[in-house]
Design a protein around this ligand. Structure first.
Ligand SMILES: Cc1cc2nc3c(=O)[nH]c(=O)nc-3n(C[C@H](O)[C@H](O)[C@H](O)COP(=O)(O)OP(=O)(O)OC[C@H]3O[C@@H](n4cnc5c(N)ncnc54)[C@H](O)[C@@H]3O)c2cc1C
Length: 690
């Protein structure tokens, strides 16, 4: 028997607050409104948007099988008698029974509650895989689905006008990461969309379309029986989908995805259906959690709090039907919402609560090509019949009759007519974005059109001429804080040199229009650019052919000096000051026990650390520059000289290579200049005497 806990006396109108208008929150609000009269309780539902997102049909929106509107079901029309507030709850004070939000003026507001139902689902976390957040599409909101659909259609248009087979294949390569329900559904929909609509394009051969589904386990759809999994895989492969199993994506770039072993799959469209994270408001909550989800008692109360309930994807709830944790599905979320409402009513009426109990009805998953797999009421069905069942179930599960009619109409339309190819752009305004590249990737190549301006956040790039040819030449190295791409944009011409990531790279990208706006209106930025253009456009070696000849004839080892004075990352601020002061060097390399360069400390870093009020015991690793510009033993003397000049450096560290960063020494600008001057002097002396 469960204790009724905070039994609240009748007679006072209760304030019941629900955070989240998804499957769980909506069902809870509807049930409460049915069971409690208006004078018994105020039911207030907070949701970030003014509609419920019917997530099971998002993949259909991507595939243009239905229009986006029917999957956004308006909360106000669905919940008469419930006070709906389109507001994001920013904090829950569980000890003092109130929630916090920002009102329409952006000011903080607070509202108390007698009962709180937390039903805020989960959010997407693409940050676990480098580059995923920058280059992949998530699928969680209506906006995600619409943006992805427009992107897919844009790739078809790009492929149509492309004469280059390599670029066309990239436009026509669609990669879906994650082989769970949503991954399988969206892979099937994208495959159907691109293959069904291909007939309207002249320049898209069937063989160039590639849809790839990547899954980390040995079979897709781990939730269904192995027979249905086999069926799913077979049908998807027959439909032309490349199913890649037992592989984990290790990084994502604008060119595609990569794996640990160096294998890559190129493609302009990457969809990520893995990587759930708790909603931000839950992350801040100091209660028991498991992998970010709230642990509840059997009756769905948050452990230790009698008037706080948690339901749906944000909670871990034991199902007393089979004593297993409930899976994060809409089916369970709805039942939990309803039974929580019943338990709240029991508490208000002084009765005992009941544990969550639900006999699952089954699983349904559409896999494309008018096929689905289903485990329904004990039956295992696959193929067209399962697909028909899938559509019927989801049509009737849509919580509003008008939306059922709209979806039914879209589906009927699709029987007689092709999918709609129009793709009005959702967002015409160019923005500033971020991008991740792996070492070796080209950010752009010679001859590419100039669309963007780039600022390096971390990592280094090579500026390269004659890429891939015998006389390929690295002209310069750029590092954190440097920028590139401005010359072609300002002159309105294509790229004259290529930019290749020398190390893993994070860049901020500014679209052409934003760049033009900022450089046109902001004088300091314009002057700064003009200065850089002047510096970069003059080829310094054309003016100094004799110097070029001298440096070009020398191996880099001529100038390499061993590092005699060094710091370890665990040394302190005090050690750094003692090491640098009184020495001629104005820098110190930070090298760990394996002789790897971790960073550098300069006098400027010491002054900055003083300003930041570090203590004498602060570790060097906390204030050093951990991404200094570096060169390798294989770089040429002319490249190193250009790097010293471009960055106004007095010296530069030399490492074995950029992967291992083993310290080899450093090159001093003054030493290089002295060497060149001596040689020039000798040369002139010779000429004079002869
Ligand atoms: C692409 C896709 C396909 C799916 N297909 C299926 C399927 O076929 N069958 C199935 O059973 N399940 C499916 N699911 C899973 C199912 O949709 C979820 O399990 C279900 O939506 C969870 O319901 P919920 O109410 O817990 O959360 P959600 O439906 O995610 O709703 C949570 C709501 O809370 C709001 N919110 C969050 N934080 C705050 C805050 N601080 N303040 C105010 N509001 C907030 C959010 O905006 C959101 O509207 C699918 C999911 C996806 C993404």
């Amino acid at each position: 028997m469960l204790s009724s806990g905070a039994s609240i006396s009748m007679g006072v109108r209760k304030k019941i607050k629900i955070i989240g208008g998804g499957f769980a929150g909506v069902k809870c609000a509807l049930t409460l409104r049915k069971k409690l009269k208006r004078e018994e309780a105020d039911i207030i539902l907070y949701n970030s948007e003014n509609y419920l997102v019917f997530q099971p049909l998002l993949a259909e929106v991507v595939g243009a099988s239905i229009s986006p509107e029917p999957v956004a079901v308006p909360l106000r029309q669905m919940l008469p008698g419930v006070y709906c507030r389109t507001e994001e709850i920013t904090k829950i004070d569980i000890e003092n029974n109130y929630v916090e939000y920002f009102d329409d003026r952006g000011e903080k507001g607070q509202k108390g509650y007698d009962h709180l139902v937390i039903a805020c689902g989960s959010s997407v976390n693409l940050a676990q895989i480098p580059g995923m957040a920058d280059h992949a599409f998530p699928l969680k909101t209506v906006g995600d689905a619409v943006a992805l659909r427009y992107h897919v259609m844009q790739q078809m248009e790009n492929a149509e006008i492309s004469d280059d087979i390599y670029r066309r294949k990239r436009h026509l390569s669609f990669i879906i990461v994650g082989g769970g329900f949503s991954g399988v559904e969206v892979a099937g929909e994208i495959n159907d969309l691109v293959r069904d609509t291909r007939k309207f394009y002249r320049n898209i051969p069937k063989e160039e379309i590639k849809v790839t589904l990547i899954h980390s386990r040995d079979q897709v759809l781990p939730e269904v029986t192995s027979k249905l999994r086999d069926f799913t895989r077979k049908k998807m492969e027959q439909a032309g989908i490349n199913v890649v199993l037992n592989r984990r994506v290790s990084h994502v770039t604008p060119l595609g995805v990569g794996f640990e072993d160096g294998v890559t799959i190129e493609g302009c469209t990457i969809v990520c259906t893995v990587g759930n994270a708790p909603a931000p408001v839950i992350q801040k909550l100091d209660v028991h959690k498991e992998r970010g989800r709230l642990i509840t008692q059997p009756d769905m109360r948050v452990e230790g709090h009698d008037n706080v309930w948690a339901v749906g994807d944000c909670a871990i709830i034991n199902n007393s039907f089979d004593n297993t944790p409930s899976p994060p599905t809409g089916q369970f979320a709805e039942r939990q919402g309803r039974q929580t409402a019943q338990n709240i009513v029991r508490v208000i009426k002084g009765k005992e609560t009941k544990p969550f109990y639900f006999r699952p009805l089954g699983q349904l998953c559409a896999i494309g090509g008018h096929n689905a797999v289903a485990e329904f009421l004990g039956l295992h069905i696959s193929g067209f019949l399962a697909w028909f069942l899938w559509r019927s179930v989801y049509l009737f599960k849509l919580p509003s009759f008008s939306h059922q009619v709209k979806v039914g109409f879209d589906w009927a339309w699709e029987i007689f007519y092709s999918r709609d190819l129009a793709h009005p752009k959702a967002d015409l305004t160019e923005r500033i974005g971020k991008s991740h590249f792996q070492a070796g990737d080209f950010i752009f190549k010679e001859g590419d059109p100039s669309n963007n301006f780039y600022i390096i956040e971390s990592g280094e790039v090579d500026v390269v001429r004659n890429t891939g040819k015998e006389d390929e030449k690295v002209l310069a190295i750029l590092g954190p804080g440097d920028f590139f791409g401005e010359m072609a944009l300002l002159d309105n011409r294509s790229r004259t040199s290529a930019i290749r990531a020398r190390t893993d790279l994070e860049v901020t990208i500014m679209g052409k229009k934003v760049f033009e706006q900022i450089s046109g209106t902001l004088k300091p930025f314009r002057d700064f650019l003009a200065d850089a253009v002047k510096r970069r456009s003059g080829n310094m070696w054309q003016k100094l052919p004799a110097v070029y000849q001298i440096l070009n004839d020398q191996p880099l080892s001529t100038f390499l000096r061993p590092v005699e004075i060094k710091l370890s990352p665990n040394d302190t601020f005090e050690d750094a000051v003692r090491t640098i002061s009184g020495k001629e060097l104005d820098f110190c390399c930070v090298i760990d026990d394996s002789n790897k360069l971790n960073g550098i400390v300069t006098r400027t870093d010491i002054f900055r650390a003083v300003e930041a009020a570090v203590t004498p015991m602060t570790k060097v690793s906390e204030f050093m520059n951990s991404s200094p510009i570096g060169v390798t033993e294989n770089d040429t003397c002319t490249l190193v000289a250009a790097t010293l000049r471009d960055h106004d450096l007095k010296w530069v560290p030399v490492v074995d290579n950029l992967d291992n960063l083993y310290m080899k020494g450093y090159i001093s600008r003054d030493r290089m200049i002295t060497f060149v001057l001596d040689k020039l002097h000798d040369h002139r002396g010779h000429s004079a005497s002869s």
